[in-house]
Ligand binder design. Structure first.
Ligand code: PAF
Length: 279
């Protein structure tokens, strides 16, 4: 497993591999890797000849009051986890290389970034789209793997790839959950034991919502109200509970197929997101 820090070295490696006819799968991450990331890496390994994982805590996608400074950074531990998975390159660029002095070019995916997480995190998806576009240019992957837990993020990237013509296939991978059902996230490390217990209400409410909409044919509004109630009962601070088209992220008010139920809620100071598809 090779560690590449410089941007020209990363690009040169990818150009060489592609010229040799090898297909590259890419997993962009911010590090603090957990089993969810590792499942993305395994997926990458199964669909390509070469696997690149980037680790870069992207300052552009954090708001001024968010956790950029305290976001966990454990690159040595991350590399220990990646080595047995057959990763070819870990790309570890420095912030000043990604954003050199005078940097002023951004990618804004307008509609898909609005609402949901975009409402409480202004500029977040602009930061994500900008760094992913830059990473795609550096790594030049054939495919890139993203976790479905970050549902809106996947839609933003898919739209960006279509709109800007990146020759990259976006692969969406299922959310990985802990034994108690809580979706894996690097931010779970912030939870106190009590908050962790409260967090279980999220996957439980999503499960109940699926059952209620399947068995009783409940309307999206009733399902949303049920989930809000369950999260509030568990002492979570509900930020949003929304039903959207799983394909386009347009709001959905009637029962139909392919409805995504998306939630964001606070447990203490930690913001948790999760989602499910109702049918
Ligand atoms: O999902 C993440 O970890 C980040 O948003 C990503 C895609 C690596 C961009 O910084």
């Amino acid at each position: 497993m090779r560690v590449i820090r410089s941007l020209p070295a990363m690009q040169a490696w990818s150009v060489r591999e592609r010229r040799a006819g090898r297909r590259i799968a890419f997993v962009p991450t911010m590090g603090a890797l957990h089993a969810g990331h590792l499942s993305l890496v395994r997926r990458a390994r199964s669909i390509a000849d070469r696997v690149v994982v980037s680790i870069f805590v992207n300052p552009l996608q954090f708001g001024p009051k968010e956790d950029f400074r305290r976001y966990p950074r454990v690159p040595l531990k991350d590399m220990t986890l990646l080595r047995p998975l057959g990763v070819d390159v870990v790309f570890l660029p420095a912030a000043r290389a990604i954003y050199p002095d005078g940097f002023q070019t951004h990618v804004e995916v307008e509609q898909v970034s609005r609402g949901l997480c975009g409402a409480s995190r202004p500029g977040h998806f602009r930061g994500v789209a900008t760094v992913v576009a830059k990473l795609f240019n550096l790594v030049q992957p054939d495919a890139a793997i993203f976790g479905r837990k970050d549902f809106q993020q996947v839609k933003v990237i898919e739209r960006m790839v279509r709109d800007l013509g990146f020759p990259v296939r976006i692969v969406e991978a299922a959310t990985v959950r802990d034994r108690d059902g809580v979706a894996l996230s690097s931010r779970n490390a912030y939870l106190t034991p009590d908050e962790r217990v409260r967090a279980r209400a999220i996957p439980q409410a999503l499960r109940e919502a699926r059952a209620v909409s399947r068995r009783k044919g409940a309307s999206p509004a009733r399902v949303r109200a049920l989930v809000r109630r369950r999260l509030a009962e568990a002492g979570l601070k509900v930020e949003y509970v929304e039903t959207r088209s799983a394909r386009t992220l347009e709001p959905v008010h009637r029962r139909e197929r392919g409805v995504a139920l998306l939630v964001a809620a606070g447990a203490g100071g930690t913001r948790l997101i999760d989602n499910t598809v109702l049918d």
